[in-house]
Design a protein around this ligand. Structure first.
Ligand code: GLC
Length: 734
């Protein structure tokens, strides 16, 4: 750990230099033709000429290590105080090696593997000269209209929490200093952003304190308990107060209750947007509000840079607040070892074992694939002739909207993977349809669009379906490669229509007239509505955007080399009108029971209440049987043991899930609450003896006054393979 004394450094700084440490800008302020990435509004930010860029504290999304080195060098040559710059970037699910999107990673329910993937991202970024990454994003997401559901671990607080701590540990390691091959993590977007009204980006959020504490906060607490070094604020208003300016969530909950003493960084332009909301009358008030909410770094606006010096000099802002913020930034730089070596990690000759990294990417991609249906058409024998048909069959732009450092040219398409695995003579391909129904202007900033190889769809001229029919004529099996354009999700990717495109639906209906087995592979960043097509599919593999090794993972599963084990981290809706949709919904006094059509019950007249496919659901090539549930009380906790037998003929992973339901409570409880996950590889015939520990704290539930209600009476306990397959049940009496 560096011997630097940050308090002493702070004492040497002028007021202007202190303010500079709290400002984050793009690299373009140092290098003209920089390949920096514009990830938000790119209008001029109005930085006053008096601001000395050689006082700046940090730089965002400079993704070329040579440019990082050059900027740091130029900066240190011109800076009076010689405090090194921090370099931060959106390394969301991989740097050079791209992993599945977070929603896909969560589908693996393998948090050790997720941690290993984060370690790989940290290692690659470390040698790339990065210091901080803006991940994990843990916004609990229940609304598939929201494009950023793709970046989240899904709809459950337990899964989000395990994901959150795994990624923080993988990125930072377990020491206070952030050492070799590690970078600082930023948990985001604090807090509740996934519940934007109508699933529309940058919209308002209204939620009770109980919902905030029971569903949205746990993953942030898990990150803070794992010593996450940064937290990023969010764009939305929470119950009428902008999250970035909220003393309640930032000072009272994050800092005081959760004990977070790291750096709170605003989201892109969110400090400036306090005045756009009208919550601040001008930039000066926005700066004051944000500082008093302990926001340490102002990302990509000139508000702190232009306003803080005057606010302090005119005693409108307590200089102690400024000093506290600067100290947190200096401590982060110290723990990263920047004072000892401003170029920490940055290396062009690092001996990185990319093969090993790609192996981990393959493993995680395989475990992220969820097999939703299989009417005995999978696996496909090597002697079959296969037609791979669909807009994603030969599409290389499937790494995901935030894979801004991923090289799309290194992505093997699904067709290429089939050629490799089955042989050129056995596979044939055809696009069959466009990915989108009409050319869309995704409105992407030029630099970002170019970087993630994003392209507005160009529509094929001729009708592709005729060609697809010819292509499928001699095939034994059709593999449909369908989904969304990767820009249909991610930031700014909210949609009201979450079915596959009309042309893709026509393609499926037309090909189904051939009466050949059809396997659907879905590449998407959200749970799409498949209701119209589900009956036409003999098998469904939900593969999300699975990163560089997705196609190999899919072909390994389709050929039978690998047994699928993914489970849904989000409910798959029957209709967009059901949204927000989630398994752990509160019970109704008039529940509508499956198959019942009673008028005066909580139901829709036109669609069943339940999802098309449920949270926690996913098939395997083998079968598992559950037995012997036993509950042994201990002091304030219970040991819950169960057995799972692999009754099939091949080994496979099973994700056993522990749920509870509290039928009587002084705050109405969800119909089901996940409290434990155990993923285990079980051999044919093997009886696995599993166990969970359930604590009183797991069972109690927050009310709306920041206290956990003591649960009395019965607690129903379930162990099963999905939220809609609760194989074993028992009761605990409190
Ligand atoms: C964006 C996103 C945030 C990202 C940041 C920096 O607007 O909301 O997730 O980390 O800006 O690019």
């Amino acid at each position: 750990m560096s011997a630097v004394d940050c308090k002493k450094i702070l004492e040497t700084l002028t007021l202007e230099e202190k303010v500079g440490q709290l400002v984050q800008l793009g690299g373009e302020f140092f290098l003209e033709d920089l390949k920096s990435v514009e990830t938000g509004p790119s209008e001029k930010i109005g930085l006053s000429d008096s601001f000395n860029r050689y006082n700046l504290g940090s730089v965002i999304n400079v993704l070329d290590s040579k440019e990082i080195k050059e900027i740091q060098k130029v900066y240190l040559e011109n800076s009076r105080h010689k405090i090194p710059l921090l370099f931060m970037a959106d390394i969301i699910h991989g740097y050079q090696t791209i992993f599945p999107i977070p929603l896909g990673q969560a589908a693996s329910f393998n948090f050790e593997l997720i941690e290993k993937a984060a370690e790989v991202s940290a290692r690659e970024s470390y040698y790339g000269g990065q210091h901080v990454t803006f991940t994990p994003m843990v916004d609990l997401s229940r609304d598939a209209r929201w494009g950023r559901i793709s970046e989240s671990p899904g709809e459950d607080p337990y899964v989000n929490s395990r994901f959150s701590e795994a990624v923080v540990r993988g990125l930072q390691g377990n020491e206070d200093s952030i050492g070799k091959e590690k970078i600082a993590a930023t948990v985001k977007h604090y807090v509740g952003y996934g519940s934007v009204e109508s699933g529309r980006e940058y919209n308002a959020v209204e939620m009770s304190e109980s919902t905030l504490r029971q569903f949205h906060l746990p993953a942030f607490k898990a990150a803070v308990d794992a010593n996450v070094r940064l937290v990023m604020t969010a764009f939305h208003t929470l119950n009428g107060v902008p999250a970035t300016g909220s003393k309640w969530i930032n000072n009272d909950i994050l800092r005081k209750e959760l004990g977070f003493d790291g750096v709170l960084i605003s989201d892109h332009s969110a400090v400036k947007e306090l005045s756009y909301y009208g919550y601040a009358k001008d930039d000066a008030e926005a700066a004051k509000i944000a500082m008093e909410a302990t926001v340490d770094i102002d990302m990509k606006t000139a508000v702190y840079a232009n306003e803080l010096v005057t606010l302090v000099k005119s005693e409108q802002l307590d200089v102690e607040l400024l000093d506290d913020a600067v100290l947190r930034v200096l401590e982060l730089k110290k723990d990263l070892g920047l004072f000892d070596n401003p170029y920490r990690g940055l290396s062009y000759e690092a001996d990185i074992n990319y093969e090993e990294h790609l192996e981990i990417a393959l493993e995680l991609a395989e475990e992220s694939v969820v097999m939703l249906k299989n009417n005995n058409v999978l696996p496909i024998d090597k002697n079959k002739k296969i037609a791979i048909i669909g807009p994603n069959a030969n599409n290389k732009f499937l790494l995901g909207m935030w894979a801004i450092t991923g090289d799309a040219s290194k992505y093997e398409t699904l067709f290429e993977a089939f050629q490799r695995e089955y042989g050129n003579d056995r596979v044939i391909t055809s696009q069959g349809a466009n990915l989108v129904d009409n050319v869309k202007n995704y409105g992407f900033p030029e630099k970002l669009a170019k970087l993630i190889s994003a392209k507005d769809e160009t529509l094929a001229e001729q009708d592709l379906i005729e060609e697809a029919l010819r292509c499928a004529q001699d095939a034994d099996v059709i593999v449909l490669s369908l989904g969304e354009n990767m820009l249909d999700t991610g930031e700014g990717g909210s949609k009201v229509d979450i079915e596959l495109s009309q042309k893709q639906r026509e393609l499926v209906k037309t090909l189904s007239t051939l009466n050949k087995p059809m396997v659907a592979v879905i590449n998407s960043g959200r749970p799409n509505v498949l209701s119209e097509l589900e009956q036409d599919f003999d098998a469904i593999l939900y593969a999300w955007y699975g990163g560089h090794k997705m196609s190999e993972a899919l072909v390994n599963i389709i050929s039978g080399k690998t047994n699928p084990s993914g489970k849904l981290p989000v409910s798959l809706p029957r209709h967009v009108g059901q949204l927000p949709l989630y398994y752990n919904n509160y019970s109704s006094a008039r529940p509508s029971l499956k198959g019942e059509k009673k008028r005066f019950t909580s139901r829709y007249i036109d669609v069943d209440n339940d999802p098309l496919y449920s949270f926690g659901y996913g098939l395997s090539y083998t079968q598992f049987e559950y037995s012997n549930l036993k509950i042994s009380p201990k002091d304030k906790s219970w040991d819950i043991t169960y057995e799972v037998t692999n009754t099939g003929d091949r080994e496979g992973y099973e994700v056993s899930q522990l749920y509870i339901h509290v039928p009587v409570s002084k705050i109405v409880r969800p119909v089901l609450e996940l409290k434990g996950i155990q993923k285990t590889l079980i051999k044919p015939g093997e009886v696995f003896k599993g166990s969970f520990e359930l604590t009183l704290d797991d069972i109690n539930f927050y009310d709306n006054a920041n206290s956990k209600i003591e649960t009395q009476g019965s607690v129903e306990v379930f162990v099963g393979s999905s939220s809609n397959e609760l194989n074993l049940e028992s009761v605990i009496e409190l």
